[in-house]
Design a binder for this molecule. Structure first.
Ligand SMILES: [Fe+2]
Length: 472
């Protein structure tokens, strides 16, 4: 080889290795950011550092609805090549919050594989009812280029303030049941248009036990979060709307999961809990409440971590909540002076639920004792309602015994709707629609009288049902 050719080849190798180093040194926020657990004075910021700017594109054909899982999906293929895969990367992030009068900078913090390259950064000492801009910067190290993602939120007003508030609520979103091939889920873009003060996602954020892949181990379970969090509609929603997430069975293992459940393949209940807490920023107990001014308090209950075995004989000691949570719920709901009180439940409390095969929620016979206790507790409080997830159809129902009303959001897309027949209207039903969508709840005053409006929306953002109730 002559000297010129050798120099050329070496030069080419050098150049390509330079460009490789350059390319791999940049970091991306491909899974977005979340602003969670916002109170009047605090919030938790979450993000994940990623290796590439886009998720692996969808390649698989899908079967017909419901549950449009992929056809011929090889569960053993490398996870990094799966549809929706987003590799994480080592690096560091810095969070800056800015309001009209304040700037809070949380110094650079590292992310690593131990927590799947995610980080949650609590921020305190915020002002109530105040808008904050969020800036997250990321970099591989001090020498490398900085990437950015931005977001925004407004803190809750203090408990004496009379302020109108609207919030959205959704459930049950399977990656493969997307209804917009570019954006992911139409419901998310339409919820964002309403500019809610906050959002409650009541669980089944992912489905470990649905194909594409079936999440038989930690790596496959984490992949489900990466994939769903890479849909642009979710990224744009969660960086602009503060949210509160609850977990349900499919976020943990499989249908009707309990701490007694056998591992799902090689994924244990404990593994799944740890993954949930790394993907969802919580800093305290999973049961908590949000106070939003004088007129609204929302209770978020935990239905998987403390529950008894579903197959246990029903009675006083059988519980979905567990002793500590039951006491907290009773005391806090009785002590609250909020005008309207809403229980966000990952599963139904009133129902009606399917007659056959369901034995894991308060509307089922299997938990009748605690279900009766809960319906009595809530119905004896003024202006108290239930919003529930988990059911793949929308409804408004009213308990025939106690009068307690329940609002089921329905699944996040139409192709995920199933489990009930549109013709099967029961005496409890005030509204029934076996389709997807979301719920928008608004609280406001007219001539100083408090009102609450529960509006069901379809996935395209049209109101399909409305219940307006006056506060006592
Ligand atoms: Fe579901």
């Amino acid at each position: 080889m002559n000297g010129f050719l050798k120099a050329l080849i070496l030069g080419l190798i050098f150049t390509s290795s330079m460009s490789f180093t350059k390319e791999s040194s940049k970091v991306y926020f491909t899974n977005g950011l979340k602003i969670q657990e916002v109170s009047a004075t605090s919030a938790v910021i979450w993000t994940r550092l990623c290796k590439f700017p886009k998720a692996v594109p969808i390649k698989h054909q899908q079967k017909a609805a419901p549950f449009r899982g992929p056809i011929d999906f090889d569960n053993d293929m490398p996870v990094t090549e799966m549809d929706g895969a987003v590799e994480g990367t080592f690096g560091e992030v810095q969070v800056t919050l800015t309001s009209a009068t304040d700037k809070i900078v949380k110094g650079w913090k590292h992310v690593s594989p131990y927590r799947d390259f995610t980080i949650m950064i609590p921020v305190q000492d915020l002002e109530p009812n105040t808008s904050y801009q969020v800036l997250i910067e990321g970099r591989k190290n001090k020498e490398e280029e900085i990437s950015e993602i931005t977001g925004q939120f407004k803190t809750a007003p203090d408990k004496e303030s009379i302020v109108s508030v609207g919030f959205t609520s959704s459930t049950c979103q399977y990656f493969w049941d997307y209804d917009d091939p570019i954006r992911g889920f139409k419901a998310y873009d339409n919820m964002r248009k309403l500019e809610p003060s906050f959002h409650c996602q009541t669980g089944d954020y992912v489905y470990y036990d649905k194909k594409g892949p079936l999440s038989f181990n930690v790596e496959l379970a984490r992949h489900k979060w990466h994939a769903i969090n890479s849909w642009p509609s979710l990224i744009d929603f969660y960086r602009n709307i503060p949210s509160y997430l609850q977990k349900d069975d499919h976020d943990i293992l499989r249908d009707d999961a309990t701490p007694e459940s056998e591992p799902y393949g090689e994924l244990t209940f404990e593994d799944a809990l740890q993954i949930w807490y790394e993907q969802v920023p919580l800093i305290d107990k999973p049961f908590r409440s949000i106070r939003w001014g004088k007129d609204l308090e929302v209770w978020l209950v935990e239905g998987r971590e403390f529950r008894s075995d579903n197959k246990m004989v029903d009675g006083e000691s059988k519980s979905i909540f567990g002793e500590e949570q039951r006491a907290w719920l009773k005391n806090s709901i009785e002590e609250s002076d909020a005008t309207f009180k809403i229980l966000m439940s990952p599963t139904p409390v009133v129902g009606p639920d399917r007659d056959k095969g369901k034995n894991d929620n308060h509307s089922n016979k299997a938990f009748q004792t605690e279900g009766t206790w809960l319906r009595n507790l809530l119905s004896t409080q003024k202006n108290t309602y239930v919003v529930n997830g988990d059911r793949h159809w929308q409804y408004v129902s009213q308990d025939l015994e106690t009068g307690l009303m329940e609002f089921s959001q329905g699944p996040t897309s139409d192709v995920h709707a199933q489990g009930w027949s549109q013709e099967d209207v029961r005496p409890e039903h005030k509204f029934l629609r076996v389709k997807g969508g979301f719920l928008y709840v608004s609280v406001y005053r007219e001539n100083d009288l408090p009102f609450i409006n529960f509006s069901h929306y379809d996935v395209d953002g049209n109101v399909v049902h409305e219940e307006i109730l006056k506060g006592e």
